[in-house]
Design a binder for this molecule. Structure first.
Ligand code: NAP
Length: 348
């Protein structure tokens, strides 16, 4: 029985809608409150938002009135899919008022007392929350999930740390849903590739990955020393960010051992059997033409990262391709998994 009421900030957007879809049948969390901009405030959700997902919009959400994005009547646990231009101020206001904000936005990811979580990779980073309240002057807390392309890279790299991960180059092919709705004009993207994504996408991949893969010591994260270089591109794909990745390893294993490291990778969500945890977070596909967004992005409810095309790299140790669903594993699903972990750890 869903018994924990949750609110969604930015409920009308791409990520907000994905929250609604993923929470429709959630065993613990029930959508109780919606918030968005002045454009949507006071309207029923179905009037304020153009529903963009193939899942049916739940009736009880369709008729809910969208609130202003201010604390007051909102429940303690808040998911945020706010536009980053406003997320900084609004999320802090909620944290100050005592809410737990589980955010998708970039604004607080790199703050040293804010956990930047992929629960399979760095569940222990939740301990940063101990120092957050005093540092920020908040009664509540903010925890974040990574940028939608970072999550694919960081998950693919996490099992490779044991082989002396030294350097990584990634070129992404990112879906249009990553730009929100209406996002990139069709005239710009159809039949095209755009070799630039604004908002500091490449810097986010390069900095966030090192924090996520870093280790916790004395209440602080020591960033992973891997050197990273990212090029990001937008491609005419609806959902699923793909990355072409090369890695330099100080102790390169056999290809079979690389594949086994991905296939056997598990984390706390699997040990705790959290409701949104995929049974196998990273799946290696042996077919020469996989992974593909159309065929693989939705695997296990969009929470699995698929990897393929492992081969030796003439410049680095190995190269491969990785793929993940950007609005699920890269956004709403990631945030829900974070909240499930917090619930099980007694932090809600
Ligand atoms: P989006 O479709 O443009 O939605 C933005 C949301 O923010 C809408 O609900 C909008 O409400 C709300 N908003 C805008 N201005 C506001 C204001 N002044 N006050 C209150 N609410 C306001 O964007 P998105 O793609 O869902 O992304 C949301 C966040 O998640 C962004 O920070 C983005 O970087 C991050 N993210 C996105 C993805 C992805 O794949 N799309 C992945 C990871 C992270 P109205 O409808 O009322 O304007």
């Amino acid at each position: 029985m869903a018994s924990i009421p949750v609110g969604i900030l930015g409920a009308t957007g791409m990520v907000g809608q994905q929250f609604i879809a993923l929470l429709a049948d959630h065993p613990w969390f029930k959508v109780d409150w919606l918030g968005a901009s002045q454009r949507s405030e006071g309207k029923a959700f179905s009037e304020a938002a153009a529903w963009r997902l193939p899942n049916r919009l739940p009736d009880d959400v369709a008729t809910k009135i969208v609130n202003a994005a201010t604390p007051g009547s909102a429940p303690k646990l808040m998911f945020s899919g706010l536009d980053s231009s406003v997320a900084g101020e609004i999320e802090a206001e909620f944290a100050k008022a005592g809410h737990i904000v589980v955010s998708n936005s970039r604004n607080y990811r790199m703050v040293d007392t804010v956990p930047l979580m992929i629960p399979e990779v760095n569940a222990e980073h939740l301990a940063l929350l101990d120092a957050q309240g005093a540092q920020q002057g908040w009664k509540g807390r903010i925890i974040t999930n990574p940028n939608c392309a970072t999550v694919v890279l960081a998950m693919a790299l996490a099992p490779l740390r044991q082989f002396g991960l030294e350097s990584t180059i990634i070129t992404t092919l990112q879906a249009i849903s990553g730009a929100g709705y209406p996002g990139v004009p069709s005239w710009d993207i159809l039949g095209n590739v755009i070799p630039h994504i604004g908002g500091g996408e490449e810097e986010k991949i390069e900095t966030e990955t090192r924090k996520i893969l870093g280790s916790l010591g004395h209440g602080k994260i020591e960033n992973h020393p891997v050197k990273l270089s990212a090029t990001t591109t937008r491609v005419p794909v609806q959902n699923g960010h793909t990355g072409s990745i090369s890695v330099g390893l100080s102790e390169p294993p056999t290809a079979e051992a690389m594949i086994e490291a991905w296939q056997s990778f598990r984390g706390r969500p699997q040990q705790m059997d959290l409701p949104s945890a995929p049974p196998q977070p990273i799946v290696y596909l042996h077919e020469a033409n996989r992974p593909q967004p159309l065929l693989d992005a939705n695997r296990d409810g969009g929470m699995t990262v698929t990897v393929g095309r492992l081969r030796p790299c003439p410049l680095f140790s190995y190269k491969f391709v990785a793929l993940g669903h950007n609005t699920i594993r890269g956004a709403a699903g990631a945030a829900i998994l974070n909240a499930e972990l917090m619930h099980r750890e007694g932090l809600l």
